[in-house]
Design a protein around this ligand. Sequence first.
Ligand SMILES: [Zn+2]
Length: 78
Amino acid sequence: MKVGVAVKRVAPCYTSKTCHCCNVIGHRQGKRLACLNLSCGWIGDADVNGAKNMATLRGLVPPLEAPRYCLAHGRMLS
Ligand SMILES: [Zn+2]
């Protein structure tokens, strides 16, 4: 561990299967995750998605609040 880097524990349940854009559980195939929310449709690396969810859980980024804006798609989610 590097000096000055805080380590915080996060429950890993569904962090890589839950879409970081809309919080809907997606379909994971290997390293790829496809969001099942038709209004979202995010597709990408499941580990990157999981890291974004863990950052949200630890308060590093704000949690999703309605109305929700998807950075990946540049539009509001319904
Ligand atoms: Zn989604």
